[in-house]
Design a protein around this ligand. Sequence first.
Ligand code: ASP
Ligand code: MG
Length: 315
Amino acid sequence: MRGLMLEGLDLRKPMSGRKIAILRIQTEVLRVMVERLLEKGFYWILPVILSKSTDPLWPDPEFSIEKKVEVEIYGEKVSAMQSMIVHKRVLVSLGPEKIFILSPNIRIERRDRAATGRHLYEFTQFEVEVAYAKMQDIFGIYEELITESIKYVRKHLSRELEVLGRELKIPQTPFKVYKRSELEEKYGASWQDEVSRIFEDPIWVTGIPREFYDYEDPETGEWRNYDLILPEGYGEVISGAEREYEYEKLAKKLERDGLDKSNYKILLDLAKEGLLKPSAGAGLGIERFIAYIVGARHVAEVQPFPRIPGIVPEI
Ligand code: ASP
Ligand code: MG
């Protein structure tokens, strides 16, 4: 893995044409996505990095975190942001009802995750949250962002695609939706890798038992959450959900998961007052999405300063 990265990136030499083509594509993709959301009236929120309240990332079948980065500031313990889920919920409840954030996340993934080609210990999510939205609304938003980005790259950055030797197909919308249980039944425990290789277009997968903040239907027991799985082995690129907003359910689920309620006090207080709005949202892993567009072998190839699990670089 170390060899793979150094091959394309020696930080004491000018960048390769390949690396520069990737950065050009990333620049334009971010512009297309930001412009689309601004046209729809979204507020652009800047990220928070250190907080008492962050995504527990647990429980989640994909959990592979080696440690949570915690530091003391002004005599108080805070964590490096694992995702801004709590902040997103608070914001859309108190003010702007449609927001997006380019949010840097630190997730100290286990070292063996370097070999998946999909994990980084620092990455950036393109986060969206919308008050009163449902799953279908969020599907529509990201389907548009993804297809419009790809169309733009094909139309205006064909030279860069050529440098990269990448043939990029425009996916058909709407993307197909599957239940996790049916995929697991058909493809077994490693269903994610299987479907990522089998399907030619991205697919939505719903009904994934995980963190307390994703909505669980009390009648059916179904989780109204979703992942988007990219084809060609690139795997999961978006996670999101409709959200829990009722105090009793939130409190019960935090207890069920063995989490410290004091880290989620604002969320719980708002819910108790009936001020926490129902919402839905998701986050797209920017580096994974760009890796797919450019056909990278390892997601770190799209980072100017690679953050591969287990490898702490000089810079
Ligand atoms: N961004 C995700 C969400 O909105 C949470 C995550 O990072 O997994 O649900
Ligand atoms: Mg998650």
